[in-house]
Every structure is written in structure tokens, then in C-alpha cells.
Design a protein around this ligand. Structure first.
Ligand code: PEP
Ligand code: MN
Length: 340
């Protein structure tokens, strides 16, 4: 249920309604816009049956929300959510460009890549320390040693960091080292993990499950948000279809559809969708044209010997060209003022 207040509603009237709702055991989400305040009500609304909210002087109208996700819904929060990480904004036209290798391998590798991607315009450094590999015999990540490298290199180049958390047992450990917690495609419906990251104060980058519908994805965001953490960034990274010519099908339609349904920032990872580096740049540019809020791009200084995902990694010089093209296309669609 959504309560739209009249533009004249004052603080006292807003608090009165919020208290009334919370007294019967329901939760509220107050969104204060420039013109109007909206109060979202979460929980069993029949508890409010005896409260004539619609007839209060400060209330313009009461709307019923049939969507199963509430906090993630644009109905509850009409303006775009802008997530700020150490002064860098993502959302509302600000682009978060996250670049770096699939796996953190060593400090030299991370430093070389960070220096290059930063000078091309990336504003976040990515790198996996806990790797979700299809085979248990593949490289599994440097774990805490990798996180230490990521933190050190991020600091050296003044870049905020992103790394994947695969298990509830390491949520707090990873939170000590990184600025954004990534939930990978394979864990996108690991509800215990979603709740655990929802209890932290770190922004969460929630990748789309490889077979997830948009609604299921938003329900996963709702799991995180219902624990108190409202800073969720959705990341389209390709879904499973019948097509085998590339790794996954990048669902760019998800961008405008999500923009309609949710206020959360939506970014795109063309690297894990493509599986091959030569498809990454065109799909990154298409994402910018579709007004994504950011990109996650795998970049490696020596992809031939990368321990994971070398085939889809851009070399730093190709990433630099991509950034130049982004800087041309983004202003045409009215986004990216923070990177040009
Ligand atoms: C990654 O970003 O390194 C990764 C494993 O991504 P995904 O979960 O999208 O496969
Ligand atoms: Mn990867």
C-alpha cells in the first residue's frame, strides 16, 4: 500500500501517519520528493482496516500495490536511487565503471591493471578473491590474501573496490576489505546470503541469476533491502538461452524494463555474457545507449595467461578505446556527466 501525501503535508502530519502504521506492527518506507512525500506500507495491510487513512487531511490518495516486491519498487520510491561510494555516485545519470581482472592473481598484476583502467576513466576496481568456478579443480581464488591485495591497490590508485562474496561465513571478513559486495549469478537466489549482505552497510552489486526472471531478480533485491540495506545495484550479466554461439544472451531489454519497475541503479556486465573479448565493446556501448547506470568489464594485462576468464578479458588498450567511445555516446543519451 502506498500513501501519497498532499504537497502541503508537514513533518508532524507525516510522523503521525508513520506512527499509526508502525503501532499496528507494519513497516514504513518514507520517500520525500521535491514536491510530495510518499509513505510505503509493508506487511499485512488488513491490520489498518480500522484506520481511515484515506480521509486524513494530509493524504491525497491511497494506492494498493500488487507487486510482490515493495522496497525495490518504483511505486514506493519514484526518484532514482543514487548510490554513493567514497564520493563516487552510481545512478541518476552517474556511471559506475568497474574494471579489473576476473581473479586477483598477485599485486603486480593488480597494480598494472588498476593504473591503466584508472587512467582510462574507470572509477571502481574489480577482482575476485573467492571464485565460483564450475569445476572444483579450477583456481578457486586467493581468498583473504587476494582481498589484502585488492584493498592495497585500490588505495594506491584511489579506487573503490568490488569483490564477490560466495558464502555467509565470509560476509564480515570481505566487508572489512571491499567497498561493494558482489553477489554472483550462481548465488542470486541464495536467500541466506542475500539476508546476510542485507545486514551489512556495504552497497551490494546483485548479479542476475542465469535463469532468473526480472521479477525473481527484484525479489532477491527485496531480500537484501528487507534486512535494512537499501543500497542495491542490479547487474545484468547475460542469461541462459538456446543460443550457443556465445556464453550467455545479454538481455539489454532488462535495462528499460527495470528502470520502469525499480528505482535501483542497473548496470551491465557484457564480459560474462559474451565469453569472448571481441563482443564486449559493442555490447558495452549498446548498454550505454540503453542508459545503463554503469558497466562491469573484465580487463587483464596479459589475458593469454589469466587464471580465469582470459578469453573474455579486454587488454588495457582496448579498454581505453572503449572508454573513449563511451565518452562520446553517453552525452548523446544524457548520462555519464561524471566521467566525461
Ligand atoms: C565475476 O564477476 O567474476 C563472475 C563470476 O560473474 P558471474 O557471477 O556473473 O558469472
Ligand atoms: Mn570472470
Amino acid at each position: 500500500m502506498i500513501i501519497v501525501l498532499k504537497p502541503t503535508a508537514n513533518r508532524e502530519e507525516i510522523d503521525h501517519i508513520v506512527n499509526m502504521i508502525e503501532k499496528v506492527g507494519l513497516k514504513t518506507n518514507v520517500s520525500t520528493g521535491e514536491m510530495q512525500t510518499i509513505i510505503g506500507v509493508i506487511g499485512d495491510k488488513t491490520k489498518l482496516a480500522n484506520y481511515p487513512i484515506a480521509s486524513l487531511a494530509s493524504v491525497e490518495k491511497v494506492l494498493q500495490v500488487s507487486k510482490p516486491y515493495k522496497l525495490a519498487s518504483r511505486d514506493f520510491h519514484p526518484s532514482d536511487t543514487i548510490i554513493e561510494v567514497n564520493g563516487v555516485k552510481i545512478g541518476g545519470g552517474n556511471l559506475g565503471i568497474m574494471a579489473g581482472p576476473c581473479s586477483i592473481e598477485n599485486e603486480k598484476q593488480m597494480s598494472e591493471i588498476a593504473e591503466k583502467v584508472k587512467s582510462s576513466g574507470a572509477n571502481f576496481l574489480r577482482g575476485g578473491a573467492y571464485k565460483p568456478r564450475t569445476s572444483p579443480y579450477s583456481f578457486q581464488g586467493l581468498e583473504e590474501d587476494g582481498l589484502k591485495i585488492l584493498k592495497k591497490v585500490g588505495k594506491k590508485f584511489d579506487m573503490s573496490t568490488v569483490s564477490e562474496v560466495m558464502d555467509t561465513s565470509v560476509v564480515l571478513l570481505i566487508s572489512k576489505y571491499v567497498d561493494i559486495l558482489q553477489i554472483g549469478t550462481r548465488n542470486a537466489q541464495n536467500f541466506a546470503l542475500l539476508k546476510a549482505v542485507g545486514k551489512t552497510d556495504k552497497p551490494v552489486l546483485l548479479k542476475r541469476g542465469m535463469s532468473m526472471t526480472i521479477e525473481e531478480w527484484l525479489m532477491s533485491a527485496e531480500y537484501i533491502m528487507s534486512e535494512g540495506n537499501q543500497n542495491v545495484i542490479l547487474c545484468e550479466r547475460g542469461i541462459r538461452t538456446f543460443e550457443t554461439a556465445y556464453r550467455n544472451t545479454l538481455d539489454l531489454m532488462a535495462i528499460p524494463v527495470l528502470k520502469e519497475k525499480t528505482h535501483l541503479p542497473v548496470i551491465v556486465d557484457p564480459s560474462h555474457a559474451a565469453g569472448l573479448w571481441q563482443y564486449v565493446t559493442p555490447m558495452a556501448l549498446a548498454s550505454i545507449a540503453a542508459k545503463t547506470d554503469g558497466l562491469m568489464i573484465e580487463v587483464h594485462n596479459n589475458p593469454e595467461i589469466a587464471v580465469s576468464d582470459g578469453a573474455q578479458s579486454l587488454k588495457p588498450d582496448k579498454f581505453a578505446i572503449l572508454m573513449d567511445e563511451i565518452k562520446k555516446i553517453a552525452p548523446v543519451v544524457g548520462i555519464g556527466h561524471n566521467i566525461v
